[in-house]
Design a protein around this ligand. Structure first.
Ligand code: FES
Ligand SMILES: [Fe+2]
Length: 457
């Protein structure tokens, strides 16, 4: 049963809040889009309810009855594989008085029993039992007592998305051209897959869009991450490690950024890397203990060692799926808004599997080395970014200085190229992706989506 959401009619529609064309212009955006609680509130419907939002990965719920708790905007969600194997995203909310049903991060359960008054629900969302039912005159078979759930849940190669919008395009159409880089990110691994590991959980006091603005920003790297860059090069024999390709004149290098539509974009640094076995590992930044692993792999695997080391090396690409998913290095990074000026950033490490049995007992060591590389940036690099986001939010408190500029690359003949498919390509330090995605954001904020939830019958 689909249930229309009626409360939207008692709030002002997003389209009526502002003149969005005034707030989002060709070269600049107004500070209000990062600071206004009313805009944040509208985004919960127009963005987080209306587009396909990343919820989690297949490998987090491999077995029937597995679940993880997550969020869709501010809505607490239980993402699960039900007893029949179907993936569902239940609202983590009891239909009695509204308390969350599940407070754990993950587990395996065929039912959820509300901690407040003991109503129990199957993991299909159906109400199972109510304590002391004699005290009720109602018919508990009425679907309104079953847990609300996200009506459309779909996945692409292990990445699970959900939307409350019946009018959203099919997931594959929504992802569009960004599936190419996602495929390449997966296909370099055995069996074309990764398994999600533990997460590094960070939080900053700033609007969620500041992270998405930065997700493809090649302009800040040598300035904001200077200490990491210097450390990487100081510990290496040659000064070409980690993010070194941003040194000198980064726009003259082969790397580029591309906007693929619907808010998605990627920055591809792979053309800077030598195309040979071991080429990726050669530029990997130093990590404690990695020399030992490298020597051991070379001793055990001889000529094959370079391929194995490349599996541990960080893929030099940033793939950004609007509004909340980034694949970068070997990480799955998720943006999760808490309020207009607070955001969670979660970095899930990934490991590879031995799909064709060739890695054998080296698998755990490859993944251990891969984990070292994944510990590096969230600890030594992301903190620089989060400090920037917090300082932007502080700066934007200057009410009378209204505009934020994102016009790098705009108006220079031949610099930003749009192909026949509408994909936009520009040098790596350009802000073209920012201008494109924020115009998509504006289009979404002007819309009036009719969201629904689903209940089992
Ligand atoms: S709020 Fe869940 S049983 Fe009362
Ligand atoms: Fe950064």
């Amino acid at each position: 049963m689909l249930e229309k959401i009626s409360t939207s009619s008692i709030r002002p529609a997003s389209a009526d809040l502002y003149d969005w064309d005034e707030l989002v212009q060709e070269d600049r955006v107004h500070r209000l889009i990062y600071t206004d609680p009313a805009i944040f509130e509208a985004e919960l419907t127009n963005i987080w309810g209306a587009v396909w939002v990343y919820l989690g990965h297949d490998s987090q719920i491999p077995n029937n009855n597995d679940y993880v708790t997550t969020r869709l905007g501010l809505r607490p969600i239980i993402l699960l594989r039900d007893s029949q194997g179907k993936i569902r995203a239940l609202f983590n909310r009891c239909t009695h008085r509204g308390t969350t049903l599940c407070r754990l991060e993950r587990g395996n359960a065929f039912q959820f029993v509300c901690p407040y008054h003991g109503w129990s629900f199957l993991n299909t969302g159906k109400l199972r039992a109510v304590p002391w039912p004699d005290g009720y005159a109602c018919d508990f078979k009425d679907a309104k007592f079953n847990v609300a759930q996200v009506p459309r849940v779909d996945s692409y190669r292990g990445f699970i998305f959900g939307t409350l919008n019946p009018d959203a395009p099919p997931l594959l159409d929504y992802l569009g051209g960004i599936t190419g880089p996602i495929d390449e990110w997966l296909d370099r691994n055995p069996g074309g897959k990764v398994v999600v590991c533990e997460a590094n959980r960070l939080k900053y006091k700033g609007n969620w869009k500041l992270a998405y603005d930065n997700s493809g920003d090649g302009y800040h790297v040598v300035f904001s991450h200077r200490s990491l860059l210097e450390m990487e090069n100081r510990l290496a024999d040659e000064a070409n490690k980690g993010m070194s390709y941003y040194k000198g004149s980064p726009d003259s290098k082969a790397m580029y950024m591309r906007y693929t539509g619907n808010g998605h974009h990627f920055k591809d640094k792979r053309p800077n890397i030598e195309k040979r076995a071991g080429g990726l590992w050669a530029v990997e930044g130093p990590a404690p203990g990695s020399e030992h692993y490298e020597a051991e792999f070379r001793r055990r695997f001889g000529a094959k060692a370079d391929d194995i080391l490349d599996l541990a090396g960080s893929e030099p690409v940033n793939i950004n799926v609007f509004p909340n998913l980034s694949l970068l290095g070997n990480h799955i990074q998720v943006f999760d808004p808490i309020s207009v000026d607070e955001t969670n950033v979660t970095w899930f490490g990934t490991r590879v599997v031995d799909a064709d049995g060739t890695l054998g007992d080296a698998l755990d060591e490859i993944n251990a080395l891969r984990m070292r590389t994944q510990e590096q940036f969230p600890n030594f690099g992301e903190v620089d970014d989060l400090a920037n986001f917090e300082e932007i939010q502080r700066g934007l408190a200057c009410l009378e200085d209204e505009w934020v500029y994102m016009h790098r690359g705009l108006g220079i003949p031949g610099r930003v190229k749009t192909d026949a498919k509408g994909e936009v390509t520009a040098p790596a330090t350009d802000e073209a992706f920012m201008r494109e995605y924020i115009h998509e954001w504006k289009r979404l904020m002007k819309a009036s989506p009719s969201l629904v939830v689903q209940r089992e019958v």
